[in-house]
Design a protein around this ligand. Structure first.
Ligand SMILES: Cc1cc2nc3c(=O)[nH]c(=O)nc-3n(C[C@H](O)[C@H](O)[C@H](O)COP(=O)(O)OP(=O)(O)OC[C@H]3O[C@@H](n4cnc5c(N)ncnc54)[C@H](O)[C@@H]3O)c2cc1C
Length: 508
């Protein structure tokens, strides 16, 4: 019997998230054919598009809704990790804050084996994506696919947060992506005309009629198909049925910090010992796959409000503060975030009306792992970020809790504050606050690092994002970050998509 003709595109992109959407767009613009294979659904749920819809998407079918393994240093709690399972990936259910991080974050990447990823090299890529409401400047781009706007009518409590931090002596920052990141101010956000601008909507939706583009949704990629050491395609499941898709040029994994590492492991690319333990045949012994999992950490200082809060007009996350526990270090390590809603602290009461001053840390030292639970591609992986295993992370979070308490106690909040609910008045000493952090710590949703870029024995991809030991296969998403930048990770993931497309096109 003759083999059916195998349908090939030039490129296969696995995952239509922040990075994958950019890659698909840039390859299409360059005249290539692209097949995007996405496990999630179309983004036709209206809650995706409203800037205020994201809390309603958590635990919905558009969320992978993963859980970590019990965290030893956090009272053995399993942490809930939302991730977008929809066109746009996590950029379709994130908080829309547009932050790039500090210049020193990227210079550190370059310094630790990633030439070409220093700040001066990546700034033009951030700008190329952007269509900033303020227009072209030294810091921002105009005319790119990604709209970035300002919070023009802040919620009164978000304004109170800024006023309170200023009263404590923090400096005002007009633009966290500008000259000075450290300070307090209002976020810029990926919102235009009152609509969320996900990476998919910004980069790919305008090209949906392009015959060179094929999009398959509801398609869970199980493994990379290899021929003679070269990636030639992927196998994916739709419903119960298995399908194959092929690429004549390259396969690009953009499944995010969890999906990309899991796909590599299921393809036999990873630590040989672990693969044998779970019964996956080893293709390439690559010990770094699944190592270096880390995340920004967040707690929720929750306040009961003295009256119902008026509705906001933007993304519910309008103002924040970048601060440092050590002035000798470049850039911030704390990121208290204000929400004009109750973002509950686990196991603490949830007031009917309230707001949250969320202490966050952005230079965590704790590192963990992602491992397969079994060889079954549909089984969720074992996620162990090992949070708070480093003493610095615990102490920095306690510093952040104290800082947020100080802000919450300022006169600017007098007309809004009824009571502090978490950590609550009974938490007085630093030890009490350590216990609170262990009991309430959660994710800031900025997991990275499981397919780390670099040139040492634990690197998974080289600085051109090519998987070591395999031809024709790259990883491009938050998983390649060697260390998490000190800001939110959507813009950095989009930048990685820009850089990846340059590298792919240069090799074509
Ligand atoms: C609730 C939440 C709030 C956040 N808020 C912000 C914020 O305000 N600002 C900010 O900058 N960052 C925020 N982030 C983080 C940011 O959105 C992510 O870091 C970023 O989107 C990661 O991009 P990515 O391309 O690596 O992965 P993703 O955008 O997650 O994309 C991965 C895609 O691959 C698909 N996929 C995975 N595995 C497979 C597979 N096996 N087969 C097929 N498809 C697969 C997924 O369904 C998904 O669509 C938030 C994240 C969350 C979850």
């Amino acid at each position: 019997m003759s083999q059916p003709t195998r349908v090939e595109h030039d490129y296969l992109v696995v995952g239509a998230g922040s990075a994958g959407s950019v890659i698909a767009r840039r390859l299409l613009d360059a005249g290539h054919s692209v097949h995007v294979v996405e496990a999630g659904s179309k983004d036709d749920d209206e809650r995706v598009h409203s800037p205020q819809g994201w809390p309603l998407l958590l635990q919905s079918p558009l969320d992978w809704a993963l859980m970590t393994v019990p965290q030893r240093h956090a009272d053995n709690r399993s942490l809930y990790w939302p991730r977008g399972k929809v066109l746009g990936g996590s950029s379709s259910l994130n908080g829309m804050i547009y932050i790039r991080g500090h210049r020193s974050d990227y210079d550190a990447w370059a310094h630790t084996g990633c030439p070409g990823w220093d700040w001066d090299s990546v700034l033009p890529l951030f700008k190329r994506s952007e269509d900033h409401v303020d227009g072209e400047s030294a810091w921002h781009g105009k005319g790119g696919p990604l709209p970035v706007g300002r919070i023009t009518e802040p919620h009164p409590t978000a304004a109170a947060f800024v006023e309170a931090a200023l009263a404590l002596g923090h400096e005002h920052t007009e633009d966290f992506n500008g000259e000075r990141m450290v300070g307090v101010g209002f976020n810029h956000a990926t919102i235009r005309d009152g609509r969320r601008m996900s990476a998919w909507q910004s980069f790919v939706a305008p090209l949906l009629g392009n015959p060179a583009l094929t999009v398959t949704t509801g398609a869970h990629v199980h493994r990379v198909l290899m021929e003679d050491g070269r990636a030639v395609g992927v196998e994916y499941a739709v419903g119960g049925a298995l399908h194959r898709a092929y690429a004549s040029a390259e396969v690009v994994l953009s499944g995010g910090v969890i999906g990309s590492a899991q796909t590599l492991l299921l393809s036999g690319i990873g630590p040989a010992r672990h693969l044998r333990e779970v019964g996956v045949e080893v293709t390439v012994d690559l010990p770094g796959v699944g190592e270096n999992l880390h995340d920004h950490l967040l707690v929720s200082n929750v306040y009961e409000a003295s009256r119902p809060l008026p509705p906001g007009k933007a993304n519910l996350l309008e103002s924040q503060l970048f601060a440092s526990t050590d002035a000798r270090r470049p850039g911030p390590d704390l990121q208290p975030l204000f929400l004009h809603l109750v973002y509950p602290a686990e196991s603490y009461p949830v007031p009917e009306h309230g707001y949250t001053i969320a202490p966050g840390i952005v230079r965590p030292l704790s590192r963990g792992t992602l491992r397969l639970a079994s060889a079954d591609p549909e089984a969720a992986p074992l996620l162990d970020p090992n949070v708070l295993s480093e003493r610095y992370d615990l102490e920095a979070l306690v510093d952040a809790v104290e800082l947020c308490r100080e802000i919450g106690g300022q006169a600017a909040f007098d007309t809004w504050r009824k009571a502090e609910v978490a950590p609550g008045p009974e938490a007085r000493t630093r030890d009490d606050l350590r216990a609170y952090v262990r009991r309430a710590v959660g994710t800031y949703h900025h997991q990275v690092g499981t397919c780390r870029m670099g040139q040492d024995s634990l690197s998974v991809v080289d600085p051109e994002l090519r998987v070591y030991g395999v031809q024709g296969l790259r990883v491009a998403d938050a998983s390649v970050m060697p260390s998490v930048p000190s800001g939110n990770t959507n813009a950095p993931s989009i930048m990685i998509g820009e850089k990846a497309s340059d590298l792919i096109l240069a090799a074509s």
